[in-house]
Structure formats: structure tokens, C-alpha cells
Design a protein around this ligand. Structure first.
Ligand code: PLP
Length: 392
């Protein structure tokens, strides 16, 4: 007899897991790794955020809360978003979730049915694909061009629309490429979707790590609100990955459906995390600009280092904390057969952890997270330079 439901067979263990497991094994053997694998800030959660959680615990704010989050946290989210992006969501157009990933998962679960198509630009964050497939949806990939800095235009999206299209996923700044959808492209895509009655699921998990001047949100286009679901996260903005704090903003019926699903699964996000999140969202935002400034320095330092590696080329990321260099010049050298193979060899031979591009839908790239110390950037670049030089 069959053990597993079909749906679990439609997804794979996160592609980053294999490399993480191999890296952990080497680390446990005492090997010093230059680790660019993990997609998370190297900063600690700011003091005032931790204090708010400690205070919540001390004051016994430790019970169940409203499933969608306490009104104060939802107000803090919509106020922050309105202040930064000119959106006009009300607290009942907001659900607080156990991480941004769950906001995405629940949004897809309530919107996407078997056979529905979801447009996904390449390169993509791997979870998008699996979460769509878990819901029974069909992933429709739209290729972007590296030579155009992975630009995504309304025209590219339009050609992929069919009568079965239910939603478009946009992630800007992008994991893995760091590309930012230009404000005019974002507006055109949002308007196109609105015209066709298609939902735009906008993953804004890195929106505060945008290095270009003008930052817009899908929520900025208030006249298209009916078809926009903003997925947000405190993980990267406030160095809070382990706290699991995320949210969705969207039309009231969609938010209500997501809350209903949450009421039958996770229920509320941890009560003290909600209090900590209020402190993060309503407190001074200086910590965010300080961290952003350091990410820009780290990016520039890594890019300067890459320039000293002949054959390695890389677009200049405009946000997030990833570099997505092209490694096609090294395929075929030193027995390297693919980006995955290169990632495995970089790990075993150079002790550098990177994630192969196959995880993000491209075969000629590797992804490096530069949310690490400046010393790790220098050391990692040095090891890569030596390793690549040894191939020729
Ligand atoms: N969206 C993207 C593009 C991400 O890279 C991540 C985390 O790496 C998330 C969402 C989810 O973040 P979290 O669940 O920690 O809020």
C-alpha cells in the first residue's frame, strides 16, 4: 500500500540542504570554512528588539493570541508599510505569520488550485517552485537575461499569460541574483496583472536591503490593491531569522482565508515574537540603515575581489545580500561538469561554501551570500582565486 500522499511527492528537500549537510560535516571535523552558503544576516538581533521579547515573557505575555496576530502588531506592520511605501492597508488586511515563508505558503494554498498556472521569473528562490507544486499548481517559468541584469518586464510576463494563469510571483530584490525590478517595470507588471485579473504575489523580504535610491512596493499602487498580495518578513530587515516573523498584506477576503488556514495549522505566531516585532517596526530604524550600509560595503568588497579572478563575471546586485557570478568559463576545466559539481569541489578542495545555480533555475551560476564578516569575504575570495587558478 501507498504510504505517502501525492502532494508530498511533488516537492523536494530544499536544494541548499545537501550542500549545507556536507558543509556541516566538514565543520564538525574541524575544517575552517569560508561559508557563503546560508542566506541569513550575520548580525545579531538589535538590543531593543530582544528586550521587548524578554519583557513580554517576564510580564507573562505567553498565551494564545488572535490567530492573525494581535491588533497592535498588525497596526505596526501597516503603519510601517504606509510610511515607507505609501500603501493604505488596514490591520484587517494584514496577517502576521510564522516567517515570511509561511505567508507565501498560505497565500499560495488559498489561491492556487490544481492546474492553475503561476508565472515565476528565473532565476527564482527555490521554495517558490516547490510551494506552487505542493498546492497542485503548474509553474510557468519566464527566463530573464543576465546581460540585461536579470531584468523582468511586463512584456515578458504578458507572453506567459494564458487563461489558466492565476498568479505571478515577483521577488525584488531577488534571491539569488540581487536584481531589483525597476519601479516602472513593477508598475507595468502590477497594472497588467490587474487588467487580466491575475494576482501578483510580491515577495518583499529584502525590500529594506535595496541599494538603489527609489524603492517602491506593489502596495504603493493602491488602485490595483485588489490583485496584490505583499509578502513581508522581519528576518532580514532586523536580523531576526530565528524568530520566525513574517506577514502578508492583501485584499480582506484573501487575508481572511489565510487566517482561516492558519487557524487550522500553526495558530498565532509566538506571542513574545509579536511584541518583539512591534518594537522592531515602531522603534528607531537606524539599525536597518546601519546594516544596509554594511551590506553595501561587503558587496563592493566581494565584487572587487571577484575582479581579481580571471574568468569569473558577475552582475552588480542592487539589493539583498547575494552575488550570483557566472561560472561558465570554468565548466569543462579540472573535470568540472556543472555548477553543482563546482560547488561540491569548491567545498571539498577550497573549503568555500556556495550554492549551485541549479537550485535557482540556472546552470551556469553559483550563489554566494555576503552576509558574513569582512574577513570571511577576503579569505573566501582568496581561496576561490587560488582554486580557479589551479584549474588552468
Ligand atoms: N523569500 C525569500 C526570497 C527568501 O530568500 C526568504 C528566506 O531566505 C524568505 C522569503 C523567507 O524568509 P522567512 O521565512 O525567514 O521570513
Amino acid at each position: 500500500t501507498k504510504i505517502f500522499a501525492d502532494r508530498i511527492g511533488r516537492i523536494e528537500v530544499s536544494a541548499t540542504m545537501a550542500i549545507t549537510a556536507a558543509a556541516l560535516k566538514l565543520k564538525s571535523e574541524g575544517v575552517n570554512l569560508a561559508d557563503f552558503g546560508a542566506g541569513e544576516p550575520h548580525f545579531s538581533t538589535p538590543r531593543h528588539i530582544k528586550d521587548a521579547a524578554i519583557e513580554a515573557i517576564e510580564k507573562n505575555f505567553t498565551r494564545y493570541t488572535n490567530v492573525a496576530g494581535i491588533p497592535e502588531v498588525r497596526k505596526a506592520i501597516v503603519d510601517r508599510h504606509a510610511c515607507d511605501f505609501g500603501s493604505n492597508y488596514t490591520p484587517d488586511e494584514c496577517v502576521f505569520t510564522t516567517g515570511g515563508k509561511l505567508a507565501l505558503f498560505n497565500a499560495i494554498q488559498v489561491l492556487v488550485d490544481h492546474g492553475d498556472e503561476v508565472i515565476l521569473p528565473v532565476p527564482y528562490w527555490v521554495s517558490f517552485k516547490d510551494i506552487i507544486q505542493y498546492a497542485g499548481g503548474k509553474v510557468v517559468l519566464v527566463e530573464s537575461k543576465e546581460a540585461e541584469n536579470f531584468r523582468i518586464t511586463a512584456k515578458m510576463i504578458e507572453t506567459a499569460i494564458t487563461p489558466k494563469t492565476k498568479a505571478i510571483i515577483l521577488n525584488t530584490p531577488s534571491n539569488p541574483s540581487g536584481a531589483v525590478v525597476a519601479p516602472e517595470d513593477l508598475e507595468a507588471i502590477v497594472r497588467l496583472a490587474h487588467k487580466h485579473g491575475i494576482y501578483v504575489l510580491l515577495d518583499e523580504c529584502y525590500v529594506y536591503l535595496t541599494f538603489t535610491g527609489d524603492v517602491v512596493s506593489g502596495g504603493s499602487f493602491t488602485d490595483c490593491k485588489e490583485h496584490i498580495v505583499v509578502l513581508g518578513s522581519l528576518s532580514k530587515t532586523y536580523a531576526m531569522t530565528g524568530w520566525r516573523a513574517g506577514f502578508a498584506l492583501g485584499p480582506k477576503p484573501i487575508i481572511a482565508a489565510m487566517s482561516k488556514l492558519q487557524s487550522q495549522s500553526t495558530s498565532n505566531t509566538a506571542s513574545m515574537v509579536q511584541r518583539a516585532s512591534i518594537a522592531a517596526l515602531t522603534g528607531s530604524q537606524e539599525c536597518v540603515s546601519e546594516m544596509r550600509a554594511d551590506y553595501i560595503k561587503l558587496r563592493d568588497q566581494a565584487l572587487a575581489g571577484f575582479k581579481t579572478i580571471p574568468g569569473l563575471t558577475c552582475t552588480v546586485p542592487q539589493g539583498a545580500f547575494y552575488l550570483y557570478p557566472n561560472i561558465s568559463k570554468f565548466l569543462g576545466k579540472g573535470g568540472i561538469t556543472s555548477a553543482s559539481d563546482l560547488a561540491a569541489k569548491l567545498l571539498s578542495e577550497a573549503h568555500v561554501v556556495v550554492v549551485p545555480g541549479e537550485a535557482f533555475g540556472t546552470s551556469e551560476h553559483i550563489r554566494l551570500s555576503y552576509a558574513v564578516s569582512h574577513d570571511v569575504v577576503d579569505e573566501g575570495v582568496k581561496r576561490m582565486r587560488e582554486y580557479f587558478a589551479s584549474l588552468s
